[in-house]
Design a protein around this ligand. Structure first.
Ligand code: ADP
Length: 398
């Protein structure tokens, strides 16, 4: 065994180099076999939530069991025992029928122990023997220690990822509070300013001016209301409690109505529609209109003056709505995140809360559909919504 030791040391090196634990195990098999001959190798992990031994997570047949892989033993019972007792188990048959070795497994099971406790068991199997020598058992213990370190590392990586996620959420929430305060301050400033002006005793406002000021106050109050609604809705969509009222909806008609409303609101917005009559989808028309309105208001905000193109098509299972604008588009580094809650690509520009596209995604997903964004260089922002047709849509969750 001694001359094999350098090989074993290479095992430690390999285990630390590979990123993925399964890759590391695969790569280490020839090395392990050079110091400890086995036919089958299996790993079992404890399910963290259920505290029971999970299914086998890794299994390789490299020797005698290879051709009989399906029937060959994988030491499941020994693994359960190893985990139950948190100790090594050697199970060897009393005698062997050499004509049928696969039915006489010599099983060596060792606990996988990490710095945060027992995580599972590694099982070595030799069909028909020979029995494990004390040296080989010691060697297996060292291999098990190396394998355990893989899970220590995996655990650490997962913890780092969880912390990164959590700190990103905190950063987004801080951004959100800053954005929302700004967003509220602007309409509040208008409302306060114009109402104080109107209340001044020393000026007698003519009807036209008074009406103009009151219209501004009215519009700004609406803006505040929409903002608050968005915040509330995004919270309800996050916890999936927003009711969706499914009815058969003609998307071509819905698109036309929404476009008319958007153009009345954003005078400079030019939208052309390419939509022929199509079968209905099961949907909540108010929510779908809200999605389109959001996309149009984003186009008005982020692609001012650029024409918007809306196209409706369908295949056997879906209807697809494409909303293309010809504006500056969305930088590639932001693209994967724009549907996240509170995410804003241009934090310092235009008004916004980072909730619009999150709300769109949640609504479309509640319809059993999908929404995606692309931004081919120099071609503006492209949004694609896919909704299941009425029959398929009946399974959509509400
Ligand atoms: P916001 O309230 O910031 O508009 P959204 O969730 O609606 O939030 O959009 C997220 C981000 O996606 C925006 O901050 C903007 O940077 C980007 N975005 C959305 N639509 C477009 C578009 N049509 N063109 C360019 N950027 C866009």
């Amino acid at each position: 065994m001694m001359e094999k030791l350098p090989e074993y040391l290479r095992l430690a090196e390999m285990v630390t180099q590979k990123q993925n634990w399964k890759e590391a195990l695969d790569a280490s098999i020839p090395l392990v076999r050079s110091v400890l001959v086995f036919d089958n190798l299996a790993l079992y992990l404890i399910n963290e939530q259920k505290h029971i031994l999970d299914e086998i997570v890794f299994a390789r047949a490299v020797g005698r069991g290879k051709s009989a892989e399906a029937d060959a033993a994988w030491g499941e019972k020994v693994a359960a025992q190893v985990v139950g007792e948190n100790s090594m188990i050697v199970q060897e048959p009393k005698q062997v029928d050499s004509a049928n070795r696969v039915h006489f497994p010599f099983v060596l099971g060792l606990p996988l122990r990490t710095s945060y406790g027992l995580v599972g068991a590694v099982i070595f199997i030799r069909f028909g023997g020979p029995a494990y020598t004390p040296d080989q058992v010691m060697c297996a213990q060292m291999v098990a220690t190396q394998f355990s370190s893989l899970f220590d590392r995996k655990h650490l990586q997962e913890q780092v990822e969880r912390m990164q996620d959590a700190s990103r959420v905190v950063a987004l929430q801080e951004d959100f509070i800053a954005t929302i305060s700004h967003e509220m301050r602007t309409p509040l400033g208008f409302i306060k300013g114009y109402s104080t002006t109107l209340l001044r005793q020393d000026i007698d406002w003519d009807d036209e001016t008074r009406s103009e000021f009151l219209t501004i106050i009215d519009e700004e109050a609406d803006r505040l209301n929409t903002l608050l609604q968005n915040i509330l809705e995004s919270a309800r969509l996050q916890s999936e409690t927003l009711p969706i009222n499914f009815q058969p909806v003609r998307l071509d008609a819905l698109i036309r109505d929404t476009v008319i409303r958007a153009q009345a609101r954003y005078r400079d917005l030019k939208i052309d529609i390419e939509a022929s009559a199509c079968p209905p989808v099961l949907a909540d028309s108010v929510r779908l209109a809200q999605v389109l309105e959001n996309l149009f208001s984003n186009a008005a905000k982020y692609a001012p003056g650029a024409p918007v193109h809306v196209k409706l098509t369908n295949d056997a299972l879906h209807q697809q709505i494409n909303v293309y604008d010809d504006g500056p588009g969305i930088p590639p580094e932001h693209l994967p995140h724009i549907f996240e809650r509170f995410y804003r690509a241009q934090v310092n520009s235009s008004s916004g809360s980072g909730l619009g596209l999150f709300i769109c995604r949640k609504i479309i997903e509640a319809h059993g559909g999908s929404i995606q964004a692309e931004s081919p260089a120099g071609q503006g922002a492209h949004f694609t919504i896919k909704l299941p047709l009425a029959q398929a849509g009946t399974e959509a969750k509400g």
